[in-house]
Design a protein around this ligand. Structure first.
Ligand SMILES: [Zn+2]
Ligand SMILES: [Zn+2]
Ligand SMILES: [Zn+2]
Length: 330
C-alpha cells in the first residue's frame, strides 16, 4: 500500500492491492481481558468498575500505517507519493464485550475519553505526524471491524482532506472577522435553539444547518479551545459531563439508525509548523475541537453514495426536534 496525492484536489489517498487479511474474525476476541490471543498493548488506564482495566490502547492487528521509517516523499512526474508511515491503534473503550458508549457508565466513558486525549498528545510528540485522527465506525454498513466496543486512532504524515477544509475555512473566517467561526455558529444556534438537541454543562449537541446525512449531530464545547487533548488533560476538564452527553446523544441516534460514524476533530500537530501552508499561525484562535456523528440510515443509500452534493432527506430542524423528544435515561 502507498499514499498518493490527487494532483487536482491535493488530497491524499491510500491505495494499493490489499494483501490477504491475516486477521481471523472467527477466533477469540483479541480485546477481551480473558482472551488467549491478546493484541499488542500500548497503554491502559486503571479500572473504575472492578474490571482489570477501564480502557486501553493496542496496536491494530492489521494496521494500515506502519510506525517505522520516514515517509520517503517523492515525485513521480507531476505526481506525489509517499510510504504509509503512521500509527494505527485500536482504542478499547471498555473491558466488557457488551458495554458500548451508549450503555456504559459515565465514569467508564470518561476513562475512554482520557485515553483518547493521552494517545493524541503522545502521538503528536512525533514530529513526523501532522495529524491524529480519532474515529469510531459502528455497524456493518459503517465499516465496523470488530465486535468488541472499540474506536481507532490514526496518526498520519498529512492532514486529511475534510480537516484541511475546516482548518482553511476557520483561518479565512478569522482573518476577516477576528472571530472563531465555530464559536459564532454555536452562539447563533443557542439563540435560535431550532437545531439544538441538548445542552449539558459546557457541551452542546445539535444538528448542523447544512447536514451531510440525516440526523447528523455535532457535540461542541461552549468554551473555545482548538485542541481536544489540551482541554481533556487540563485541570478543569469536565470529562464526565462530556461522557454523559456522548452517551445520551448516541442513545438518541440509535433510535433512528443502528450504524454511525463518530469522528473527533482536534487541531493538527503544531510542533510541525508549516511556513508554506501557514494555517497554524492563528490556530489557537481560529479552530475549535468538536465531535461529529454521522448516522447511517437503512434504505437511504443515495445520501451516501452520491457525494458530489450531499443529500439529506430530513431537515436538521426536524431531526433535532425528533432527537430532543426521545427518552434517554437517566
Ligand atoms: Zn471482546
Ligand atoms: Zn471557538
Ligand atoms: Zn469537523
Amino acid at each position: 500500500m502507498e499514499l498518493r496525492k490527487d494532483p487536482i484536489t491535493r488530497s491524499w489517498v491510500i491505495t494499493g492491492d490489499e494483501p490477504e487479511p491475516l486477521f481471523d474474525h472467527d477466533a477469540f476476541c483479541p480485546f477481551c481481558p480473558e482472551s488467549p490471543k491478546q493484541a499488542q498493548l500500548i497503554t491502559m488506564l486503571s479500572s473504575v468498575n472492578a474490571g482489570p482495566w477501564s480502557a486501553r490502547a493496542v496496536v491494530h492487528p492489521t494496521p494500515l500505517y506502519r510506525v517505522e521509517g520516514d515517509p520517503g516523499r517523492r515525485g513521480d512526474g507531476l505526481y506525489d507519493n509517499m510510504r504509509t508511515i503512521g500509527a494505527h491503534e485500536v482504542l478499547v473503550e471498555n473491558p466488557r464485550h457488551d458495554r458500548h458508549l451508549w450503555n456504559a457508565d459515565d465514569s467508564e466513558i470518561e476513562q475512554f475519553l482520557l485515553l483518547c486525549a493521552q494517545r493524541m498528545h503522545d502521538l503528536k510528540g512525533d514530529r513526523r505526524f501532522k495529524y491524529v485522527s480519532l474515529f469510531k465506525n459502528h455497524g456493518s454498513n459503517a465499516g465496523q471491524e470488530f465486535d468488541h466496543p472499540t474506536s481507532q486512532i490514526v496518526a498520519t504524515t498529512f492532514v486529511p482532506r475534510r480537516v484541511l477544509y475546516e482548518l482553511r475555512a476557520g483561518r479565512d473566517y478569522f482573518a476577516q472577522k477576528e472571530r472563531c467561526v465555530f464559536c459564532d455558529i454555536l452562539h447563533q444556534e443557542l439563540q435560535t435553539a431550532k437545531r439544538i438537541v441538548e445542552v449539558r454543562g459546557d457541551f452542546v449537541a445539535g444538528c448542523p444547518y447544512a447536514p451531510r446525512a440525516p440526523y447528523e449531530t455535532w457535540i461542541t464545547p461552549k468554551t473555545h479551545e482548538a485542541f481536544f487533548e489540551r482541554f481533556a488533560l487540563g485541570r478543569n476538564a469536565n470529562l464526565r459531563e462530556l461522557a454523559a452527553l456522548i452517551r445520551r446523544t448516541l442513545t438518541r441516534i440509535r433510535n433512528v439508525a443502528d450504524g454511525f460514524h463518530l469522528i473527533l476533530h482536534s487541531a493538527p500537530n503544531t510542533t510541525h509548523r508549516s511556513e508554506v501552508l501557514g494555517y497554524w499561525k492563528t490556530i489557537d484562535d481560529d479552530y475549535h475541537w468538536h465531535i461529529e456523528i454521522l448516522p447511517i440510515l437503512p434504505n437511504k443509500p443515495q445520501s451516501y453514495t452520491f457525494k458530489e452534493v450531499y443529500f439529506s432527506p430530513v431537515s436538521s430542524e426536524s431531526a433535532a426536534a425528533r432527537l430532543r423528544e426521545m427518552q434517554v435515561y437517566p
